[in-house]
Design a protein around this ligand. Structure first.
Ligand code: GLN
Length: 535
């Protein structure tokens, strides 16, 4: 029978619940348990796919093409879990299921209500994680205890625990123990009150994890234990980590969090093996090859979370090469009014990530041109590949009006155009080309050198694609097509042959990178950038 862990948050948002959940999953997996994970998001959007990155940060795409919360990225990166449709539910998705069932007459004349119908639907979604092959399922409840919109989720997990048997469920509450500068003290009251809110609903946390900037004293632990009704040893501290978020699991393991979870569930005791993880951390903390700077030229630069997986994948590329990677974030729009040198000189590599909308496009194209002409390693992803294609057709092949029909639908040279199957689609939510597709790799290229495989699979999220009418002129001018979708003949990767490293792809490799296994394209991009920095 699958055991369930529910992780709730209290006091404030942005405590790193996703990272904590992912760290717990990673530790349990290292102990030899099979783990599944999911996140419940209390907002009304059916999924985050239609939300602005400014609102929500990055939209993370799973293998099966679900557009999800970026916390799922942590789940996959930390714990190597493959997320899918059952890994992210929002209030919007839950309500659409309930309303669809009501329209089908599925409630047999009953008045449809939040309790029991919405809570039943939530429990059904939680049970999607159950399975013979899953020892432990972890569900993270988004939002903060006390939010009106999280209430049905909290009620549902209370009911779930009652029905599954309390011995099969652990509630972990993550709170903040703030340091009040003026008083020179850390305060436990907000955590006590947050646990109080859960108690009103009927949830008593088994484990309390306290985020804090400074170490807690024994007095803090005792106080929280007594007033929150939690055993002293189950009050865990999660201090801000010094070097890397990948230190969180090891810090939690030092306090034996994983051991306590196994103890409460009464599961067989397997040893924890952190050898590989610690080796990885060592190269994060003491990189042997110094540091390099990579420019990321994007549109949502002011928001750290908007390119979360890109930054992480660059970081992983650094780990693979024993190099510290620093990112210079550049607003593409700013590049439009300035010379490329003024903002880009000194960097060892340039990356243009995915994106939507016209703002900053010419700045991104300028960044591509600067990388191409100065032999600086370049990596274009999705919209970044579109920009690389426009730049090449304009400045190398002399089709000066080349553009993407996403931005100029009247151009005579739409090197990027709307995919055939997208032409009659009106709805915006969940209708892009999404999820994993195969791609055949051309041998004898840097793309092939990176992958070391003839057929790969990568995740997509886009409506526009490379216009195959331009394949010949690209090849004639030195831009090779190095990745092709075998079923639909779509161009997926382009590579400039006479350049130290210039690769752009239609898919999002950043979603498949992890600290223990850097994505090969990111690994080789960083390798080439390091080489450039030495030259
Ligand atoms: N806006 C482009 C498209 O829809 C690129 C999308 C992306 O970069 N994810 O095709």
């Amino acid at each position: 029978m699958t055991k369930h862990i529910f992780i709730t948050g209290g006091v404030v948002s942005s405590l790193g619940k996703g990272i904590t959940a992912a760290s717990i999953a990673m530790l349990l997996k290292q102990r030899g348990y099979t783990v599944a994970m999911q996140k419940m998001d209390p907002y009304l959007n059916v999924d985050p796919g239609t939300m602005s990155p400014y609102q929500h940060g990055e939209v993370y795409v799973t293998e099966d093409g679900t557009e999800t919360d970026l916390d799922l990225g942590h789940y996959e990166r930390f714990a190597g879990i493959t997320c899918n449709r059952s890994s992210n539910f929002t209030t919007g998705k839950i309500y659409s299921n309930v309303i669809r069932k009501e329209r089908e007459g599925g409630y047999l004349g009953k008045t449809v209500q939040v309790i029991p119908h919405v809570t039943d639907e939530i429990k059904k979604c939680i049970r999607e994680l159950d399975g013979n092959d899953i020892d432990i399922a972890i569900t993270e409840i988004g939002g903060t205890a006390g939010d009106i919109e999280s209430h049905p989720f909290l009620e549902a997990i209370r009911q779930f625990s009652h029905e599954a048997g309390t011995e099969n469920v652990i509630f972990i509450h993550l709170t903040l123990v703030p340091y009040i500068k003026a008083a020179g003290e850390m305060k436990t009251k907000p955590s006590q009150q947050s646990v109080g809110i859960l108690r009103e609903i009927g949830i008593i946390p088994d484990i309390l994890i306290c985020r804090c900037e400074r170490p807690m004293t024994e007095e803090h632990f005792e106080k929280l234990s007594l007033f929150c009704n939690i055993k002293r040893k189950y009050v865990i501290e999660e201090q801000d980590v010094k070097n890397s978020i990948y230190e969180v699991p090891t810090e939690l393991a030092k306090q034996r969090l994983d051991h306590f979870i196994i103890e409460i569930f009464n599961l067989r005791h397997n040893e924890l093996d952190l050898q590989k993880w610690n080796k990885m951390l060592n190269s994060v903390i003491n990189p042997q090859n110094g540091s390099i700077e990579i420019a990321v030229v994007g549109k949502y630069i002011s928001l750290k979370d908007a390119y979360k997986s890109i930054y992480e994948a660059l970081y992983h590329g650094g780990i693979a090469n024993d190099i510290e990677v620093n990112v210079r974030m550049i607003e593409a729009e700013e590049l439009e009014g300035q010379t490329a040198e003024s903002l880009l000189s000194g960097v060892s590599g340039i990356l243009v990530p995915g994106g939507f909308g016209h703002r900053g496009i010419e700045g991104k194209i300028k960044a591509v041109q600067f990388a191409r002409e100065n032999n600086i390693p370049f990596f274009g992803i999705c919209l970044g590949m579109h920009c690389a294609s426009i730049e090449f057709l304009r400045n190398v092949c002399n089709y000066t009006d080349a553009h993407s029909s996403e931005f100029n639908y009247q151009t005579k040279n739409p090197v990027i155009h709307l995919m055939e199957e997208q032409k009659n689609i009106k709805d915006k939510g969940g209708t892009m080309r999404l999820g994993a597709y195969k791609c055949g790799i051309k041998s004898g290229t840097k793309t092939a050198e990176a992958y070391g495989e003839k057929m790969i699979s990568e995740r997509h999220r886009h409506r526009y694609e490379f216009n195959s009418e331009y394949i010949t002129v690209f090849k004639e001018n030195g831009m090779e097509i190095t990745g092709i979708n075998p079923d639909k003949d779509l161009v997926e990767i382009i590579e400039l042959i006479e350049h130290p490293w210039f690769i752009a792809c239609q898919f999002h490799p950043e979603f498949k990178s992890s600290p223990l296994k850097s994505h090969p394209l990111f690994r080789d991009f960083i390798k080439a950038s390091f080489k450039y920095s030495q030259s």
